[in-house]
Design a binder for this molecule. Structure first.
Ligand SMILES: C[C@@]1(CC(=O)O)c2cc3[nH]c(cc4nc(cc5[nH]c(cc(n2)[C@H]1CCC(=O)O)[C@@](C)(CC(=O)O)[C@@H]5CCC(=O)O)C(CC(=O)O)=C4CCC(=O)O)c(CCC(=O)O)c3CC(=O)O
Ligand SMILES: NC(=O)C1=CN([C@@H]2O[C@H](COP(=O)(O)OP(=O)(O)OC[C@H]3O[C@@H](n4cnc5c(N)ncnc54)[C@H](O)[C@@H]3O)[C@@H](O)[C@H]2O)C=CC1
Length: 208
């Protein structure tokens, strides 16, 4: 498995199965991609999501009708409780060249990770399918441990641009940025007041 960050703007994503799991997978994509959910029923968890619904019984559809549904799709997720049906969708995706994620059944070529997202960063976590609970646990730990990461990135960005003007030696710029990153007092101040943290970073490390 190789991690990638994909821009799915304007891409079509299909979710097969409209239960709670299908809704969570749809929520992973709907803020960017064009999501269509194909199912014989839909959980109320879809109500707030911007997805198109297509009501059908997949078990009664022949292969060519499912291949027709895949037309123009970039990625498909199988999230019905029937692993045989999910695996069949996976085989059809493979022959149609559509990326495939399987929520229950034979693993596809894509895993949906746990996601920690800020204004300035994006972290995707996977255990390679071994323990989704551990992926979720790590997400929750990172969210609480690094709640002020966005502000640290803002501060680093500002300090880098000042240092580029004032410090000609790259190794020195790097050392100073690391000192700021590891300074507990600056990290604590970041949680309370960005301006004061910025001031401390400048007086402590940029006015030597
Ligand atoms: C392989 C994968 C396929 C895929 O890509 O969907 C997969 C598969 C399966 N998950 C199962 C169970 C659970 N999944 C969750 C939750 C999440 N599952 C997600 C991803 C993935 N799940 C992929 C691997 C990710 C990795 O590599 O780590 C997350 C990260 C992302 C998301 O869905 O948005 C999201 C957490 C989001 C977050 O909160 O951060 C919980 C809830 C919990 O933990 O409370 C449970 C119950 C506890 C448990 O079983 O662990 C079962 C068993 C079903 C059964 O027993 O019948 C299967 C099927 C199987 O294993 O065969
Ligand atoms: N990958 C993951 O993250 C996880 C996967 N799972 C597994 O995912 C599967 C789905 O879980 P839930 O959403 O909770 O199930 P659910 O029973 O709530 O929903 C299943 C959905 O699939 C639809 N469906 C079933 N057969 C269909 C058919 N022949 N044609 C059209 N639609 C059909 C149903 O109408 C329903 O909307 C289960 O097998 C579960 O074990 C469970 C937890 C997490």
């Amino acid at each position: 498995m190789i991690p990638l960050m994909l821009d799915l703007t304007g891409r079509r994503v299909l979710i097969f199965g409209g239960g709670g799991v299908g809704a969570r997978k749809a929520a992973h994509f709907e803020h960017e991609a064009e999501v269509t959910v194909i199912s014989r029923s839909f959980s109320p968890r879809f109500d707030g999501l911007s997805v198109r619904r297509h009501e059908t019984d997949l078990a009664s559809l022949p292969d060519d009708a499912i291949v027709e549904l895949l037309d123009g799709a970039f990625l498909a997720v199988a999230a019905t409780p029937d692993p045989a049906l999910n695996n069949r969708i996976g085989r059809l995706c493979a022959s149609a060249g559509v990326l495939f994620n399987n929520a229950a059944g034979k693993p596809g070529d894509v895993i949906i990770p746990s996601v920690v997202r800020g204004r300035n960063y994006l972290i995707a976590i996977s255990t390679g399918g071994k323990s989704p609970a551990v992926s979720r646990y790590l997400r929750m730990r990172l969210e609480s441990e690094y709640a002020d990461l966005d502000r640290m990135i803002d501060l680093q960005e500002e300090m880098r641009s000042i240092l580029r003007e004032t410090e000609p030696v790259q190794a020195e710029r790097s050392r100073t940025l690391w000192k700021i990153l590891l300074d507990d007092e600056i990290r604590e101040l970041l949680a309370l007041d960005y301006g004061r943290a910025r001031e401390l970073a400048i007086t402590r490390y940029l006015h030597a």
